[in-house]
Design a protein around this ligand. Structure first.
Ligand SMILES: [Zn+2]
Ligand SMILES: [Zn+2]
Length: 165
């Protein structure tokens, strides 16, 4: 989706707002597609002393899988979006990931908002801060209570126990 900013380029006093619903369900992170629900994007673009600034946010409910206990869970998320839009086609290519070039006075919103989404994805997803994870021996989910496994005995202690018998 392209956002036409010719109004601002003509008159710096103009603000261009946007309110979009996006589909990021094709984006996969570690084998999981978290954006299974529509992603809402809203914000505005304004001219700040000759620089076009885009400010807004993305919001959606992410479908996650816990990295520790492998349980699926839902998480509401709001992702801030702040970008600089380069309107001068002759300017040097910026290597700042938050700077996007306009094409014929239009901003590629899909590109900008997808970048914001990717950069804000946490590398690790936990169903809760203190997730106890899975038992490394029987695989039971320890959030549901302790498993049947006996606590590991230190092999050196086991030798001692044998000697004592
Ligand atoms: Zn978990
Ligand atoms: Zn166990």
């Amino acid at each position: 989706m392209l956002l036409d900013l010719s109004g601002i380029l003509r008159d710096p006093g103009v603000r261009e707002s946007f309110d979009l619903t996006l589909d990021f369900s094709d984006m996969v992170f570690g084998g999981i597609a978290p954006a299974q629900e529509p992603v809402k994007a809203s914000g505005e673009v304004r001219d700040s002393a000759g620089v076009l600034l885009l400010d807004g946010e993305l919001s959606t409910t992410l479908h996650c899988v816990c990295d520790r206990c492998a349980e699926p869970f839902l998480r509401e998320t709001v992702i801030p979006v702040h970008a600089v839009l380069e309107s001068d086609p002759d300017s040097a290519e910026s290597d700042d990931i938050w700077t996007f070039r306009l094409t014929e006075g239009k901003a590629d919103m899909d590109d900008i908002l997808r970048t914001a989404f990717v950069l804000n994805m946490d590398a690790k997803q936990l169903c809760r801060e203190d997730c106890k994870g899975l038992c490394c021996r029987c695989g039971a989910n320890l959030n549901r209570g302790p498993c049947e496994c006996k606590p590991e005995t230190d092999p050196r202690l086991a030798v001692l126990e044998k000697l004592l018998k």
